[in-house]
Design a protein around this ligand. Structure first.
Ligand SMILES: NC(=O)C[C@H](N)C(=O)O
Length: 404
């Protein structure tokens, strides 16, 4: 029996769990029926049509008997032992969490006990906030579980949404045990898949005492990124994950965590940690301003939202034509101002023209500081779901700016 640290691994799917499907058209119909309805999948890893949900009790210990290489499956679910005749070569998430762990060389030698959960088998793009709330309920059960608390948590998922999911988990998660999100840019059928190495590094991080109190971090390419800063910066490169303006927190080498910086301030607050069950009722829109934008699309979007994030030009600017519409919206719902540039803060007191950051903040918009539009949207969602009023929302954003 292993006596080292214990890590809980949760798989949501993504490229790391993808394998060839016999008919690409079947993918288009995903999420399959039954999405959102808890349904148990065998721990042995049989494909289930994607999006199926395991029961939280469907927890398996690892290592286990029957380890083997990932295999090709039909999208309908049956294993086909290496690609059906006429296979298109298209891939979809089908591998179980246990199959993913089985593909990682050297994991057994770490002496880390793993508790494994299949939660979803979805591409990152199809994950919802309700999926994340459900995930975190299961994570929380592991954090103070009857079987003994785990030392850390690994979440495996599609990379398309990691910069958002990791931040969402970061504003919920208050325990000391780190939550480490990982995935892969190359699927297991390609040369040089990065999934096994990423999973290995993620398990090392989750078990490391050096990351206790770190909140949620993202680990890919042996780099450790804070959830607050991480961004997917490339559509296909295995080095897609970066932290613009901040750099990685550290790296994993020789099975150890090396930190370049002290741990970042926590993103969680009593307001953001509150009540996930009501979160799905809230709708927060994101509007990216573009050249020639007259604000019509913004007004239409704002009409159906409880809150809005505006990704402005540069340091937080919009066309003068948009200003009356934004002011009108800001009088009705919280409107958070961010930059569409991908790095750096919105300013507060530099530019004075109509539509400048200063003008917009004076008209009631809330500064998103240096949070990316995607992260600001999730924070606003969480605060609205907790019933925060505009003043409280502005304070929560201010508490998360770089200049603290
Ligand atoms: N590399 C990846 O994981 C991309 C994939 N489309 C996903 O997010 O599920």
């Amino acid at each position: 029996m292993t006596t080292g640290p214990t890590v809980a691994v949760f798989s949501l799917g993504g490229t790391i769990a993808m394998t060839t499907v016999s008919d690409a058209r079947e993918q288009v119909e995903w999420p399959a029926e039954g999405r959102g309805r808890p349904r148990s999948v065998g721990a042995g890893g049989e494909a289930n049509g994607g999006g199926a949900v395991s029961d939280a009790r469907e927890q398996v210990e690892w290592p286990a008997e029957g380890r083997g290489r990932p295999r090709s499956v039909g999208a309908g679910g049956e294993a086909n032992g290496g690609g059906a005749p006429g296979a298109t070569g298209a891939v979809a998430p089908a591998l179980s969490a246990r199959e993913l762990l089985d593909s990682v060389p050297g994991l057994d030698a770490l002496g880390i006990r793993l508790r494994v959960h299949d939660v979803r088998r979805l591409p990152g793009a199809s994950l919802s906030l309700a999926d994340l709330d459900a995930l975190y309920t299961t994570v929380a059960a592991e954090l103070d579980g009857e079987a003994g608390a785990v030392d850390g948590v690994v979440v495996v998922q599609g990379t398309d949404t990691i910069e958002e999911t990791a931040f969402y988990l970061d504003v919920i998660h208050s325990a000391d045990a780190p939550v480490v999100v990982t995935g892969a840019m190359r699927n297991p059928t390609q040369p040089g898949p990065d999934g096994p190495a990423n999973l290995y590094a993620a398990v090392v991080c989750a078990a490391s005492s050096r990351l206790r109190g770190a909140g949620c971090v993202v680990v890919l390419g042996d780099e450790i990124h804070a959830a607050r800063t991480v961004a997917k910066s490339h559509s296909v490169s295995p080095a897609a994950f970066v932290s613009p303006g901040a750099g990685p927190l550290g790296l994993v080498a020789e099975g150890r965590v090396w930190l370049h910086h002290s741990l970042p301030p926590r993103m969680v607050s009593p307001a953001t940690a509150a009540a996930p069950a009501i979160a799905s009722d809230v709708r927060v829109g994101l509007h990216t301003v573009t050249l020639g934008d007259d604000g019509e699309a913004l007004s239409l979007l704002g009409a159906g939202c409880d809150g809005l994030v505006v990704a402005g030009f540069g340091a937080g600017h919009v066309a003068a034509a948009m200003v009356p519409k934004l002011e009108e919206l800001a009088a009705r719902i919280p409107v958070v101002l961010t930059s569409r540039t991908g790095s750096g803060p919105v300013l507060a007191r530099t530019y004075g023209f109509p539509g400048s950051e200063r003008d917009l903040l004076e008209r009631g918009l809330i500064s998103g500081g240096d949070l990316s539009p995607y992260k600001a949207r999730l924070l606003l969602h969480r605060l609205l779901a907790a019933g925060c009023k505009p003043h409280g929302i502005a304070g929560e954003f201010a508490a998360r700016t770089v200049s603290r």
